[in-house]
Unconditional design. Structure first.
Length: 249
């Protein structure tokens, strides 16, 4: 059991490290060309700042530090808890931003304006551009460089080479920071589990997820500042309607 857990974490670390290597080898000029060809221009429609369109905003640690200064209540554990120890505690690699009741970002005004624009999150600064590999509808894995194409904003705007290069470098820097945070989380989790005689237990995970989906509060340990911060979460924090007791989803 412990060996399988160690192998799983090691495999995840190796996958992220491989992605980092691939990012380092990706030709910057190719991303610059994509950015200039797409020519995205924001129209302040606000769609990208909603849970319905982008699910959640994952925060790099530097972003979480900013939110702590602006409004600590805007932080919540990142969703999709992947690990759970035998005592029922979930573990996640960082924080996410809360949303308003209607699913809009907590920092989005009624006029679709970011109220912290000069201090906005890293992902918000590079969106809709990205650079990571994922499978297409046919299962072929390739690079994806833009999100929500033709679903928001306008396209075809003229972007000069210097501006596009600045965007490309910011995108690559974000993706590297994200992967490094994931690796640091996994390495810390492995050491923490070993030092405290903890392990991921799937049966406990399933039981706790059932409680979570029923609307009960669960304990979550969030990776932050090199350690795990204790907090709690409910499914309603993520816009999930609790499952009626005695019924299946």
């Amino acid at each position: 059991m412990v060996v399988q857990q160690t192998d799983r974490i090691a495999s995840m670390i190796a996958a992220h490290a491989s992605e980092l290597d691939a990012l380092g080898a990706y030709p910057e000029e190719e991303l610059v060309e994509v950015i200039r060809e797409v020519g995205f221009s924001c129209t302040c429609c606000g769609r990208c700042c909603t849970r319905a369109f982008n699910d959640h905003v994952f925060l790099l640690e530097s972003d979480a530090e900013t939110v702590l200064e602006v409004d600590p209540a805007a932080l919540m554990p990142a969703p999709y808890f992947e690990f759970c120890d035998q005592d029922g505690r979930f573990y996640v690699p960082g924080y996410a931003l809360r949303t308003q009741e209607d699913g809009r970002c907590v920092f989005l005004s009624a006029e679709n304006r970011c109220t912290i624009y000069d201090r906005r999150m890293s992902i918000c600064r590079v969106y809709p551009y990205m650079l990571h590999r994922e499978a297409d509808e046919d299962g072929n894995v390739d690079w994806r460089q833009i999100s929500g194409l033709n679903l928001h904003g306008e396209y075809g705007a003229e972007i000069d080479e210097d501006e596009a290069r600045g965007i490309a470098r910011a995108v690559i820097a974000y993706e590297k920071a994200f992967l490094n945070q994931e690796i640091a989380f996994l390495e810390t989790l492995r050491a923490y589990f070993s030092a405290n005689n903890l392990r991921h237990v799937q049966k406990v995970y399933d039981r706790q997820m059932a409680r979570f989906n029923n609307g009960e509060e669960v304990e979550v340990r969030v990776f932050f500042r090199g350690e795990f911060s204790r907090t709690t979460a409910r499914c309603t924090d993520y816009g999930i309607v609790p499952v009626a007791r005695g019924k299946r989803r």
